[in-house]
Design a protein around this ligand. Structure first.
Ligand code: BGC
Ligand code: BGC
Length: 609
């Protein structure tokens, strides 16, 4: 009886927000939908809730703060924050799934204690798996997924990512990045699926569907955020956050198709780009954000700014906020000075510089997504998913992604696949036994890092696991000790980086990598190079020394997928998502250029005979 009473009490508590304020002056009641009623239509719920909100509550919904920047957790409640995010590497003290769920549920409790109990939408960059969480499965970065030419696989990977993310109480990922990357000097080249609009179009919808599911609000799914709108991959010189100088026709032809596909697939949110179009910052472009994206494309979700993206507009802070909100930014990833942002927007509305209709439109869009994706009904972490984070089944999907993303660029004398009767295989190179290197940026930390940063199988371990009983696998980071082996594998390439820190004027291999390959060659054994990198690199110095060459991109935690191909358990099927430049002078080089002589063309890829 006691328990029954308690249950009834708890149930009652749950419904308090819906009924206690029935007498509230702001809300018409009778004959109208109650926003807490899940049976009512989304648009009616939005209208009802909006009609009950004060300006303070509306501005709160438009504000996104970084978790580490919260002065106190109760700010979520007292300032009515609509969203909190984790920036790259912004994890709770203990980086494990339960700690993540405890953290986000704690934030959610704050939001649900507000007068109207509007749930918080927590966002994170889950761009190749739930990559901030230790032990989560890490998929190949998008540049490799583009080489699979397999949207079903992209959908499946996104589905796994969504399940892992939802286990930690997070409802929203800032992905997929659908940048059409025209210049490999850009440090974010690996975040996009490739250099053509076809690839962005093909993969955007698949990723969105995998993340969100087909019926919004299914358990285990999350809200997607195609980014960065528009033209992020087209900047001059591949400058991060730079200027995309193209005609409107070219902007639309190259950079828009991915968004058309993503919006058609129902993407709930879109992120604005730091970059400019012909000198105009995207965060201030009413034409592209409002007229094109929301108008022409019919996008009915909300636009989130990039991290402090509005601060880059040319005025003082108030003018920045004014310009960005009026241009069509609905939620601002502030992410630290959120009190200042709230005050600024409040003043702007007061002075009539941001019209109330714009505020109502922005808030309606945010509420629409929260209702549509079931946040009011399931605001907390789906802890049944925790046990699946980094599970064998999830890793199996990632391993398939690795296999299919590898591109065989050279195979002189048919050295690959291995025969299976080698007595010794020598593995070498700085990236052979390094989980961090093969995951790249946006893994555990923002920039990523070398070394055993999370759980997984390195490429070297994968080869050792797969080698038949009669084959010895030896290893040296610098290529020494190869003499006498039947074949050598040099795993070389880049160090991890993210965003502007990865911009490079020179994509040559490091001296250490060149020396490693030469050393193997001098040992008189056939050499197969496996390049672990976020983009094509200049191969002039080693190409002639290699009998075989594989572009492995940034494969993530399942290095065993590389062994699957080396040993011929699976034949390579990947084809290039980027034209491969012969030298730096050729960059930018893209499919369709008038003069086009890359080392390997877009779409190139060998397989076994
Ligand atoms: C990046 C975005 C990312 C955001 C949040 C920004 O610096 O440009 O891609 O989603 O940070 O981490
Ligand atoms: C954050 C990233 C963010 C970047 C923006 C970093 O401190 O961790 O998530 O993208 O700042 O510059």
């Amino acid at each position: 009886m006691r328990t029954l009473l308690l249950c009834a009490l708890l149930l009652g508590l749950l419904f308090i927000p819906a009924c206690i304020f029935d007498n509230n002056a702001t809300g018409p009641r009778d004959g109208r939908t109650d926003y807490m009623n899940p049976a009512a239509g989304v648009e009616e719920r939005v209208a009802d809730l909006l009609s009950r909100m004060t300006l303070q509550e509306k501005i709160g919904q438009m504000t996104q703060a970084e978790r580490g920047a919260l002065y106190q957790v109760s700010d979520i409640r007292t300032l009515f924050l609509g969203s909190v995010l984790s920036g790259g590497g912004s994890s709770p003290g203990a980086n494990n799934a339960s700690a993540w769920a405890d953290m986000t549920d704690g934030f959610q409790q704050q939001a649900l204690q507000t007068r109207l109990a509007i749930p918080l939408i927590y966002g994170i960059d889950a761009v190749h798996g739930h990559n901030n969480v230790y032990g989560a499965v890490i998929f190949p970065h998008n540049i490799g997924m583009g080489c699979t030419r397999d949207p079903d696989l992209v959908r499946e990977a996104a589905e796994v990512t969504a399940a892992e993310v939802s286990g930690t109480g997070i409802h929203w990922t800032f992905s997929p990045c659908i940048a059409v990357v025209r210049d490999e000097r850009w440090g974010r080249t690996y975040e996009g699926f490739g250099e053509t609009p076809e690839l962005a179009e093909m993969m955007a919808a698949a990723a969105v569907e995998g993340l969100q599911g087909v019926i919004p609000g299914e358990p285990g799914r999350i809200v997607a955020c195609p980014k960065h709108f528009l033209g992020d991959g087209g900047t001059l010189g591949g400058d991060d956050q730079g200027n995309t100088v193209v005609s409107e026709a070219e902007l639309r032809a190259i950079h828009l198709p991915g968004y058309e596909a993503a919006v058609r697939a129902g993407a709930g949110t879109v992120m604005a780009s730091y970059s400019s179009w012909n000198g105009v910052k995207m965060h201030g472009s009413r034409y592209l954000l409002t007229d094109v994206l929301k108008g022409e494309l019919g996008f009915d979700g909300f636009v989130v700014s990039d991290w402090a993206g509005i601060d880059q507009l040319s005025g003082g802070y108030e003018e920045d906020v004014e310009q960005a909100i009026n241009a069509g930014i609905d939620m601002v990833m502030v992410p630290t000075r959120y009190r200042e942002f709230i005050t600024a927007l409040d003043t702007l509305v007061d002075q009539g510089r941001v019209p109330m209709e714009r505020i109502d439109d922005a808030v309606s869009r945010i509420l629409r997504i929260k209702f549509r994706f079931g946040l009011f009904e399931a605001p907390f972490a789906d802890r049944t998913e925790i046990m699946h984070i980094g599970s064998a089944a999830h890793r199996e999907v990632a391993r398939r992604c690795v296999r299919q993303s590898l591109v065989l660029l050279k195979n002189d004398g048919g050295r690959l696949p291995f025969t299976g009767s080698e007595t010794r295989i020598h593995v070498a190179g700085r990236n052979a036994d390094d989980i961090g290197a093969q995951c790249g940026g946006w893994t555990i930390s923002w920039q990523g890092g070398r070394g055993p940063i999370t759980i997984g199988t390195t490429i070297y371990r994968g080869i050792a696991q797969r080698a038949p009983a009669g084959t010895v696998v030896t290893y040296s980071p610098d290529g020494s000790g190869a003499a006498g082996s039947d074949i050598a594998v040099a795993v070389i390439g880049e160090d991890p980086y993210a965003e502007g820190a990865g911009d490079r004027a020179d994509l040559s291999l490091s001296d250490a990598d060149v020396t490693t390959v030469k050393r193997l060659k001098q040992a008189g054994v056939p050499v197969v190079a496996v390049l672990v990198s976020g983009r094509p690199m200049i191969l002039e110095e080693i190409l002639d020394d290699c009998d075989g060459l594989i572009a492995a991109w940034l494969p993530g935690t399942e290095g065993r997928g590389v062994a699957d191909v080396l040993f011929g358990d699976v034949a390579p099927t990947g084809t290039l998502s980027h034209s491969w430049p012969l030298n730096m002078a050729q960059i930018p080089v893209n499919e369709g250029d008038g003069v086009y002589n890359p080392l390997f063309p877009y779409g190139f890829g060998l397989t076994y005979e």
